[in-house]
Design a binder for this molecule. Structure first.
Ligand code: HEM
Ligand code: NAG
Ligand code: NAG
Ligand code: NAG
Length: 508
């Protein structure tokens, strides 16, 4: 069963009573109303199976704006991306917190967050951006280097074979963990990281069910696993760690000011941040790596760009020394960034949900307004925009330079001949925009730089193309339906062998 379906089933249980009392009739000024013939379920079953397909089908029939009765909830979809700005700017009447503020505590097991704390938590997000990002980026680089060297660079010759998702997962999980939470009192890597990651994956598999509001006690060992994960972050353990990020230290300090928070509650907050920081980043890393390795010319283009930036800065790359790429250097890597954006376009599907705070008339554009009732959900489904052939030529294919024009950032994309304000939305929108987006893109860049510089990479033969598991549709970056086998080999370059024409191998 897919995530969205379960989300809808969860909502269903909440609103059954409401629905028993009243069936809704379309009023003047409201969008077309689509209801199913099954009471309460509305169109939920069909929607849950493949949301993208469902929405496209109804768009053809009803136009760009329509309301669907989904598991007792009325959800109005705005399908035309030219109309997105009018939704995104409505912060006050269309609220995000009302939805997220209910769902997150249930999922991660902490108590409802009081508004004062919520506000301070929001302020802590600044520490993931701006100047503070330089420190995080520097630390991430060191940690990626550490994990890659110890786990994957010992073998100096010959091909090694691996599973791509597993590879991304083990390296990114641990390096991100070390960057955010710091290192143990003794040594530079935490013992038990493997077990933590395995438990995390078990929890993550249940994540769509929890988000859907299925009580945790109905989900077998999930509660025990979550408790174990939370236990990792208890204050007496975290206080022994060193080099903890400013972001996490500020949050720990904050929680100390709230006497109502028990130690397990504080730990649950830290665990939620672990989920936020790796839950989407790891699958996003996988897709970026997969698309590059399966498009050798694109990979070579990006590898060349990295060498160019290094040479410009007078850095001599050698496989025997550790590489340091700072924020400024990462910013120059536009092809790499375009490749990452392109893979996010292809693999992300986060629904943006807002809840109407009152009955009002929502102005969509010069001609159109929309009647909205208090409590209605307004939803954007950016995947429909990402896959629109009118905006993106051949939307199913990966093009490394999709976001490049004349060697520079391309920002003009059109729909019906009109320039779009929003054309790529993997990180949400407006008030609910992901605060970790700059860090996320930087760490994926760093991972790929190291991979492309230090290794030769090949897909193993006789595999079908990677496909998406739709279980996450609506909730973020999709996981691959099955892992992909690949080979990697340390690419030996000493400082002396790097000349202007010998950078990188031509085999991929
Ligand atoms: C490719 C990687 C990532 C993607 C695609 C992503 C996507 C998102 C999206 C779509 C939201 C908004 C949720 C909504 O509208 O319902 C969000 C929220 C959030 N993300 Fe990310 N994210 C990524 C990486 C990260 C990282 C690395 C961090 C932290 C280090 C992070 C921290 C957060 C936090 C704390 C929120 C909640 C913000 C709030 O409560 O207002 N994310 N993310
Ligand atoms: C983070 O940023 C704040 C203000 O922008 C600054 O005061 C603080 O020193 C920064 N911390 C780090 C570690 O860069
Ligand atoms: C630990 O933090 C210090 C100062 O905050 C920094 O100089 C050092 O490079 C960090 N070490 C690692 C391994 O991140
Ligand atoms: C990638 O996307 C982000 C928004 O998600 C944007 O700010 C950035 O400029 C894009 N970069 C490229 C090269 O398209």
């Amino acid at each position: 069963m897919s995530a969205l379906m379960l989300l809808l089933l969860g909502l269903l249980s909440l609103f059954v009573f409401f629905c028993l009392l009243c069936g809704r009739k379309r009023r003047d000024g409201e969008p077309p109303l689509i209801t199913g013939w099954i009471p309460f379920f509305g169109k939920a079953l069909e929607f849950g199976q493949d949301a993208h397909k469902f929405l496209e089908k109804h768009k053809k029939k009803y136009g760009d704006v329509f309301t669907v009765h989904l598991a007792g909830k009325y959800m109005t979809f705005i399908m035309d991306p030219l109309l997105y700005p009018s939704i995104i700017k409505h912060g006050r009447q269309l609220d995000f917190q009302e939805f997220a503020g209910k769902v997150a505590p249930i999922t991660f097991g902490y108590p409802f967050v009081v508004p004062a704390l919520q506000e301070q938590i929001h302020r802590s997000f600044k520490l993931l951006q701006g100047d503070n990002l330089s420190t995080l980026t520097e630390s991430m680089m060191g940690n990626l280097m550490l994990v890659l060297r110890q786990d994957h660079m010992g073998e100096r010759s010959g091909w090694r074979s691996g599973s791509m998702y597993d590879f991304c997962n083990s390296v990114m999980f641990e390096a991100t963990f070390l960057t955010m939470y710091g290192r143990p009192a003794a040594g530079c890597r935490h013992s038990g990281m493997r077990a933590l990651r395995d438990d995390f994956v078990r929890f993550d598999n249940m994540f769509p069910l929890l988000i859907a509001g299925i009580p945790v006690w109905l989900l077998g060992r999930t509660k025990a696993i979550r408790d174990k994960l939370i236990g990792y972050f208890l204050p007496h353990r975290m206080s022994c760690w060193s080099n903890t990020s400013e972001f996490i230290r500020m949050r720990s300090g904050l929680f100390e000011q709230y006497d109502a928070l028990r130690d397990v509650d504080k730990a649950a907050h830290h665990f939620a941040i672990l989920w936020a920081s790796v839950g989407n980043t790891i699958p996003a890393t996988f897709w970026a790596m997969y698309y590059l390795v399966s498009h050798p010319a694109a990979l070579q283009r990006v590898r060349q760009e990295i060498h160019d930036v290094l040479r410009l800065d007078g850095v001599e790359f050698s496989s025997d020394t550790d590489l340091m790429l700072d924020r400024e250097q990462l910013e120059k890597l536009v092809y790499l960034e375009s490749a990452i954006n392109e893979s996010l376009r292809l693999s992300s599907a986060s629904m943006n949900i807002r809840v109407a705070q009152e009955d009002f008339s929502l102005r969509l554009d010069a001609e159109r307004s929309l009647g909205v009732r208090k409590g209605d959900f307004i939803a954007l489904y950016p995947q429909s925009m990402h896959m629109d052939p009118d905006i993106y030529d051949q939307p199913q294919s990966f093009r490394v330079d999709r976001y490049i024009q004349d060697g520079r950032l391309k920002t003009d994309f059109y729909k019906d001949g009109r320039k779009l304000k929003y054309y790529l939305m993997p990180f949400g929108s407006g008030s609910s925009m992901c605060p970790g987006r700059y860090f996320a893109v930087n760490e994926i860049k760093q991972f790929l730089c190291l991979l492309l510089l230090y290794f030769d990479l090949q897909l193993e033969e006789d595999q079908s193309q990677a496909t998406q598991d739709l279980g996450r549709a609506g909730l973020g970056v999709m996981l691959p339906a099955a892992d992909v086998r690949f080979r990697y080999k340390l690419h030996m370059v000493g400082p002396l062998t790097v000349g202007p024409h010998t950078v990188g191998p031509l085999t991929v």
